[in-house]
Design a protein around this ligand. Structure first.
Ligand code: OAD
Ligand code: ZN
Length: 263
């Protein structure tokens, strides 16, 4: 299970960290209170703040960090049953984890839907508007087109239901970089069997790890990248990790040379 804390080392602020979190920097987005940015009522009054955030998270602005690549390595080694993420930055996909292994519980910018006629729009169509600071509108009915990000009160994507089969099956639960404050996601952390060890890798002890700890819980506090490096070393995967990061960096460099900016 992952949250915004796995992407802060990539330069994306989380939500609730005092000072640096998005919810402490409201004036930048022109929102009256933190959650407004993900509330439908506010969105229909003023969709601009949400699209300012969307523009910032434009795919390509940020790169995965060691944490994302560690999760990719778990997959490469056949150990990743599923990655449940609350993040909407898409860095799990960029790191090379296949869609079949992912549950993007709070949605994705990869697609969008008209809020009036519910027509589905491919991502490319609305990014041009977002990048030009325009609110994207439906070509059919002129309704506002909203990326498929889950707002407060909205249903989670259907894939979230996979948790019903995944969690009872897991042999180990790793929870990284989340405050475990948002439901129903937070409660997944109690969905594994009682005998299953749960590992929390986070700046501080959160959620069920604080108020209903289990005897086999392991809590590793501090910076997520530092903790992941330590874990990788314990697993004897340091070289595999180095190779994977090297391979991915080379890929980006090759793309850069071929890309339009190379000239
Ligand atoms: P939060 O901002 O609530 O929590 C991030 C957690 O990561 C905090 O406990 C931080 O201390 C920790 N953290 C941050 N940087 C870290 C680092 N470098 N190393 C270790 N820990 C670090 O973010 P989420 O739990 O993901 O909803 O928030 C859940 C949901 O609330 C989000 O998905 C978002 C928001 O409303 C939507 O986007 C719809
Ligand atoms: Zn429409």
């Amino acid at each position: 299970m992952a949250g915004a804390g796995i992407s802060t080392p990539s330069g994306i602020p989380d939500f609730r960290s005092p000072g640096s979190g998005l919810y402490s920097n409201l004036q930048q987005y022109d929102i009256p209170y933190p959650e407004a940015i993900f509330e439908l009522t506010f969105f229909f009054q003023n969709p601009k703040p949400f699209f300012t955030l969307a523009k910032e998270l434009y795919p390509g602005n940020f790169r995965p960090n060691l944490t994302h690549y560690f999760l990719r390595l778990l997959h490469e080694k056949g150990l990743l049953l599923r990655l449940y993420t609350q993040n909407i930055d898409g860095l799990e996909r960029v790191s090379g984890i296949p869609a079949s292994k992912l549950v993007e519980a709070h949605g994705t910018f990869a697609s969008a839907t008209c809020t009036v006629c519910l027509r589905r729009c491919p991502g490319e169509d609305f990014w041009a508007d977002v990048l030009a600071d325009r609110v994207p509108c439906c070509g059919v009915c002129t309704g506002i087109v909203k990326p498929d990000i889950v707002f407060f009160g909205e249903a989670l994507p259907e894939r979230f239901l996979l948790h019903v089969v995944d969690f009872p099956m897991a042999d180990l639960l790793v929870v990284l970089g989340t405050s475990l404050e948002v439901e129903p996601f937070a409660s997944l952390s109690e969905g594994v069997r009682n005998s299953v060890p749960r590992v929390l890798i986070n700046q501080d002890v959160v959620g069920t790890f604080a108020w209903r700890p289990r005897s086999r819980d392991v809590v590793q506090l501090g910076d997520v990248v530092h903790s992941v490096e330590k874990l990788v070393k314990l697993l004897g995967w340091t070289e595999d990790m180095r190779d994977l990061v090297h391979q991915e960096t080379e890929k980006v460099l090759r793309m850069g040379r071929k890309g339009p900016s190379a000239a």
